[in-house]
Design a protein around this ligand. Structure first.
Ligand code: ZN
Ligand code: ZN
Length: 264
């Protein structure tokens, strides 16, 4: 079993540490079969300080990952990608969505109508809003993200729970609505282990959502959301246990924007 880790950041975003080679060495050390870099794609200037790279760094970033991919070819598969915010911003050149150098693109929602809800500094806003409306609005954005068909990986699907705020109604049906008509065969939902390191102390998405995804035949992949080399492959044993319990026997890998199966 050679697991992949498709959610890795780099120093370019301004809030991660470690060189590309250190992340790759950590992946080799953890016996992973594939490592996919997915640094934060450029946000507009007023939003990106310490959050994403600026637009002029996207090309050096791709070159840096691809250079390392070549050097490590015999030891591990290194994939090139981005984590892109949805709704989209013009600061991420749309031509990257058809760029043959990219292996995968993660689509993630970190902002609800301009509110960076997963940023600890803006956490108080949760108390000023109705929690069910917050969840509803979040999933409405995720629905558009999924149906855009632009993404290979749906990032941290239930991120809105990060600080432990729970809705008073069940959103499982909403998850079903989001994925039931999906025909994108090159898309998977990530099992993101970073939630274990946050106040909510569980993976994204929850066990109930994973069960729903399995019933709907939605593929999954694995991502540590590493912001330092020590986080690569974090808790993947537990992640595999969770998805096997739901019924999964495969996870997804990506090459040149195409999905393929990796047997568990
Ligand atoms: Zn980050
Ligand atoms: Zn993210």
């Amino acid at each position: 079993m050679r697991l992949p880790d498709y959610h890795i950041h780099t120093e370019l975003c301004g809030h991660a540490t470690g060189a590309v080679e250190e992340y790759i060495e950590a992946a080799i050390g953890a016996s992973l079969g594939e490592i996919g870099f997915s640094d934060h794609a450029p946000l507009p200037e007023e939003l990106r300080e310490g959050i994403t790279m600026p637009p002029e760094k996207t090309e050096p970033y791709i070159a840096m990952v691809q250079d390392a991919a070549g050097r490590y070819r015999d030891r591990i598969e290194v994939r090139t990608g981005f984590e892109v915010d949805f709704p989209l911003h013009s600061t991420f050149d749309s031509s990257y969505f058809s760029d043959p150098r990219l292996d995968f693109i993660i689509g993630s929602c970190h902002f609800i109508d301009g509110w960076p809800f997963d940023h600890p500094e803006f956490m108080k806003e949760f108390e000023r809003r109705d929690i069910d409306e917050t969840y509803g609005r979040y999933y409405a954005i995720v629905k558009d993200l999924v149906s855009s068909g632009l993404f290979n990986i749906i990032g941290h699907l239930d991120l809105v729970k990060k600080f432990g705020h729970r809705p008073t109604r069940d959103f499982t049906g909403t998850i079903g609505e989001i994925f039931k008509n999906s025909t994108n065969r090159d898309m998977a939902v990530e099992i993101n282990t970073a939630g274990l390191r946050k106040p909510v102390a569980e993976m994204y998405p929850s066990r109930d959502i994973i069960d729903t995804l399995f019933r709907l035949n939605v593929p999954v992949t694995l991502g540590s959301d590493s912001h330092c080399p020590g986080e690569v492959g974090h808790e993947f044993g537990s992640a595999v246990e969770l998805i096997r319990r739901a019924g999964y026997r495969k996870v997804s890998g990506f090459k040149k924007r195409k999905r393929y199966d990796i047997r568990l």
